[in-house]
Design a protein around this ligand. Structure first.
Ligand SMILES: C[C@H](O)[C@@H](O)[C@@H](O)[C@H](O)C(=O)O
Ligand SMILES: [Mg+2]
Length: 432
């Protein structure tokens, strides 16, 4: 069946997470976790669901961008798209007029991600497999044609072929044990010390051993909060800190040096996400303290990642399922990270990001890296109840999803209630 796409709908879905300071950090003090949510209808009745993540205001701009891309998608069959997926990716990102809005960055690229995520979901559903399994079962030569990689990296096929060895064992291992995760949801910046202690002790009881803390607004607060959490989790648990771009380069080095006593594994987004050489300077300065630099959640595209890797400007690659051009571009980044032997630890702090990115990291382990050292996938404990196939966490591990698709279909009732501004949730909020 060809599954011709006959319609594309996009909706503005917002959750009022700022009311309880969920997701807050040094730069985003009041995020309302939101999404531009895309549904593709086909002539066969099969649907594809995709999204890109936003923080509330401005989601309407992403919706406009998705609508601008719709004409490139409607009328195409799934078969036509996947038989030349790289060509379709180029069609979306290289329109002679629209590419001026990016290219491949900002709102238009978020829109590309939402649309392509829905196409990948449709493909996986058509094959009756969860997306990670669709990728794992693909022939290496096919995988290579999907990913949108810079031409310098022609060794991609070799990497994939090499990783065929032991693939079945790794898949079985994942199905049994799951992929290791860390939690960010104990220590958002707007949480009180009391809340932080409570959440941390609950998380320890549920088996969590890796924790991320938000920092960057006030040094004395950071020292107190980081000491508190290190004391609670003990010396053998892993701690990461995340400044969400708050500092300039010199400030980042001195601030993080003051936090070195709590032994963070990484400092995430210490400075502007575009400052590749700044990240390289920070990496160099912090290496003697045993602290790495992590970044990626606001890295526009694969070309930026290529330069970060070439400049030794990061020690942990944080791919993002909704900022890069979907699976296609993320595959390119996974392969480049492997080439540079830098571990991938995906970003998932948002709505739906955990659901999506678990598929990519499973593929990375089974078919690319074959390594779990220094690797873990972010987890936040928010809003999973709004999805038809929510993530399953067992003993701080992501258990591989079993339902066909890319796991980002939302419950119709949740979408209706949270649609902005007409949904009940927002009508009530506006009345207050
Ligand atoms: C506004 C968001 O919650 C961010 O703080 C979040 O994505 C974060 O940077 C993370 O690493 O999870
Ligand atoms: Mg972050």
């Amino acid at each position: 069946m060809s599954h011709k796409i006959v319609n594309l709908r996009v909706r503005d879905v917002r959750f009022p997470t700022s009311l309880e300071q969920h997701g807050s950090d040094a730069m985003h003090t009041d995020p309302d976790y939101s999404a531009a949510y895309v549904v593709l209808d086909t002539d066969s009745g099969l649907k594809g669901f995709g999204l890109t993540f936003t923080l509330g205001k401005g989601t309407e701009i992403v919706l406009c961008a998705v609508k601008a891309l719709a004409g490139l998608v409607i009328g195409k069959s799934l078969q036509e798209i996947v038989s030349n997926f790289r060509g379709f990716y180029r069609l979306l990102t290289s329109d002679g007029q629209m590419r001026w809005l990016g290219p491949e960055k900002g709102v238009i690229h978020l829109a590309t991600a939402a649309v392509l995520n829905a196409v990948w979901d449709l493909w996986a559903r058509a094959e009756g497999k969860p997306l990670w399994k669709l990728l794992v079962d693909m022939k290496c030569s096919v995988t290579k044609t999907l990913c949108h990689a810079p031409s310098v990296f022609i060794l991609l096929l070799d990497i994939l072929v090499k990783a065929q060895e032991g693939k079945k064992q790794r898949e079985d291992q994942m199905l049994k044990e799951g992929y290791p995760a860390y939690t960010t949801s104990c220590a958002w910046l707007g949480y009180s010390d009391q809340q932080l202690k409570q959440l941390c002790s609950d998380a320890l009881k549920s088996g969590w051993t890796r924790f991320k803390v938000k920092v960057g607004a006030d040094l004395e607060d950071d020292i107190r909060r980081c000491r508190l959490i290190r004391q609670m989790i003990g010396p053998s648990s892993t701690l990461m800190i995340d400044a969400n771009q708050r500092w300039d380069v010199a400030e980042a080095i001195s601030w993080v040096s003051r936090l070195a006593e709590v032994k963070p594994l990484w400092i995430e987004e210490p400075t502007s996400p575009d400052d590749i050489l700044g990240h390289a300077a920070i990496s160099k300065a912090l290496a003697p303290l045993g602290i790495g630099v992590a970044t990626g959640e606001q890295c526009h595209n694969r070309v930026m990642f290529k330069q970060f890797l070439q400049a030794s400007a990061l020690q942990f690659v944080q791919i993002d399922s909704c900022r890069l051009g979907s699976v296609n571009e993320n595959l390119a980044v996974l392969l480049m990270a492997y080439k540079f032997q830098v571990p991938v630890c995906p970003h998932a702090g948002g709505v739906g990001l955990c659901e999506l990115v678990q598929h990519l990291i499973l593929f990375d382990y089974i078919c690319v890296s074959a390594d779990l050292r220094n690797r873990m996938c972010e987890y936040v404990d928010h809003l999973h109840e709004h999805f038809t196939s929510p993530v399953v966490i067992q003993d701080a591990h992501y258990m591989p999803p079993k339902d066909p698709g890319y796991s980002c279909e939302m419950l119709e009732e949740s979408v209706n209630r949270h649609e902005y501004p007409e949904g009940d949730i927002w009508k009530q909020e506006i009345k207050k």
